[in-house]
Design a protein around this ligand. Structure first.
Ligand code: GLN
Length: 469
């Protein structure tokens, strides 16, 4: 009997290695869980009927191009698009023998923090189906937390792996920009997009990074990690200097229960031998969100120009000319959030405003990068809550884009600086998971995994949602 809610990917790999189960049996068990619980959760947009591989099955966020398997980015404009090629990360998973369970739901084009912006209906949080799983990788997070996949890939532009990991009680890694290929990833904001794992444990996260990371000749922004990813084993934090950036730990709108959990986690880190001290990131936190909401929509407006009704997916029925075809297709195919971002981005890039908005935002981005670099002169890692709140109710922020944008106020600053971040569950507030964000310098994935693993063991957080135990 395979307990898909409890089984980690590492344990699953152990069962396979010892021939106690076959990959088919594993895949069948996850498909049975999907049949049982996905009608409620709606973590998947597409479930495969068969898949090759002799390893641990996996779910992929539906921005990850998969040959012969529909890829929609949760947008009506890509409905019916079946790619003729694999993204590099999908190919890596295939090469590692990981059978594909299906494609997971997300906010349309990864724009959002709750998965409510999906063109195909929202995903629900396995901890409480009245609440959102976070976003935009909410489908991948709900799939893993709900036992519908042993592990999954998401993508993170402003926080879309870390924040849903936090809200669903999982481990989420946003890797250093450039360590995972973006070839075949439906582009949102190319200078920020990064694929990464959503898993139950830190070791699972490291195992999946071993599969997907590395330089790719098809993505010129990739590099080889300076050291190979190691499986973490350390149980203490001796010798580690942890900085607590004041502004990231006292941001407006932070729930007291979140703060308490994170403060307790920091005390535990000290007990495990870490040296803890305060640091500051005043400009990164004050200007991070504003800077992001110029740069990300600007890049999005350029990336989304390709959806014109001619090349992929949806095409409007029109009697008029080509311009009308473009306009009707885009009007019908895009939901409200992509339309909002296209307008914001086009405005920020327009001739008269380019320097005032986009140019200025790029300079602020450098200021943020420098501020983090200064903090890393004194500290090895920085910590904060991942999200200022636990999972919120469906509908609670859906009508207020600014309230929704604030969900990422703590994850965006390190992303702007290209830094890796790991979110691990550190406790509960009001019965819902709280995430701890660990931020490191570029290419510090091994240090993040080491610290995350030691903390995870000390927290002994139970990742199976309480109502499903
Ligand atoms: N919530 C942020 C946004 O809407 C980040 C999304 C992401 O990381 N893809 O842009």
């Amino acid at each position: 009997m395979i307990d898909t809610l409890r089984l980690t990917a590492e344990d699953a790999a152990g069962l396979l290695k010892r021939k106690e189960v076959s990959s088919e049996e594993l895949t069948r068990a996850y498909r049975a869980s999907i049949a049982e619980r996905d009608p409620e959760l709606h973590a998947y947009l597409h479930v495969t009927e068969s898949a090759d591989g002799d390893g641990v099955p996996i779910a992929l966020k539906d921005v990850i191009t998969t040959k012969g398997v529909p890829t929609t980015a949760a947008s009506r404009i890509l409905e019916g698009y079946v790619p003729v090629f694999d993204s590099t990360v999908a190919a890596c998973c295939k090469d590692a023998g990981l059978p594909l369970l299906g494609k997971t739901n997300l906010d349309e084009f990864a724009m959002g923090s709750s998965t409510e912006n999906s063109g195909f209906g929202p995903t629900r949080n396995p901890w409480d189906p009245e609440r959102v799983p976070g976003g935009s990788s909410g489908g991948s997070a709900a799939a893993v937390a709900g036992g519908l996949a042993p592990w999954a890939l998401g993508s993170d532009t402003g926080g879309s792996i870390k924040q849903p990991a936090s809200l669903c009680g999982l481990v989420g890694l946003r890797p250093t920009y450039g360590t995972v290929s973006r070839y075949g990833i439906v582009a949102f904001a190319s200078s920020l997009d990064q694929v990464g794992p959503l898993t139950k444990t830190v070791r699972d996260s490291a195992l999946l990074m071993q599969v997907i990371s590395g330089a790719d000749p098809r993505d010129s922004t990739t590099v080889e990690l300076p050291q190979p990813i190691e499986l973490p084993e350390a149980e203490d934090l001796r010798g580690l200097r942890i900085g607590i950036p004041r502004e990231l730990n006292e941001a407006e709108g932070m729930e007291p229960g979140v703060k308490q959990s994170v403060d307790a986690a920091i005390r535990l880190a000290e007990e495990l031998g870490a040296e803890v001290g305060e640091t500051r990131l005043p400009r990164s936190v004050e200007f991070g969100l504003a800077c992001y909401y110029l740069i990300a929509p600007a890049e999005a407006s350029a990336n989304l120009a390709r959806y014109d009704g001619v090349r992929f997916g949806h095409r409007a029925q029109v009697d008029g000319d080509l311009t009308e075809l473009y306009e009707r297709t885009r009007w019908e195919g895009f939901g409200d959030e992509p339309k909002r971002r296209i307008m914001l981005g086009t405005y920020a890039l327009s001739a008269g405003y380019y320097e005032a908005y986009y140019g200025q935002a790029q300079k602020v981005r450098t200021v943020i990068k420098d501020e983090f670099a200064a903090a890393f002169r004194d500290f090895d890692l920085l910590v904060s809550p991942t999200s200022p709140t636990v999972a919120f109710r469906l509908g609670e922020k859906a009508e207020n884009p600014l309230a929704m944008y604030l969900s990422d106020v703590l994850t965006i600053p390190p992303n702007m600086a290209g830094l890796p971040g790991l979110s691990i569950p550190c406790g509960l507030s009001e019965g819902l998971p709280v995430g701890l964000q660990l931020i490191g310098p570029q290419f510090s994935e091994n240090a993040l995994f080491r610290a995350g693993h030691a903390l995870e063991r000390a927290f002994a957080f139970d990742y199976v949602p309480e109502r499903l135990r």
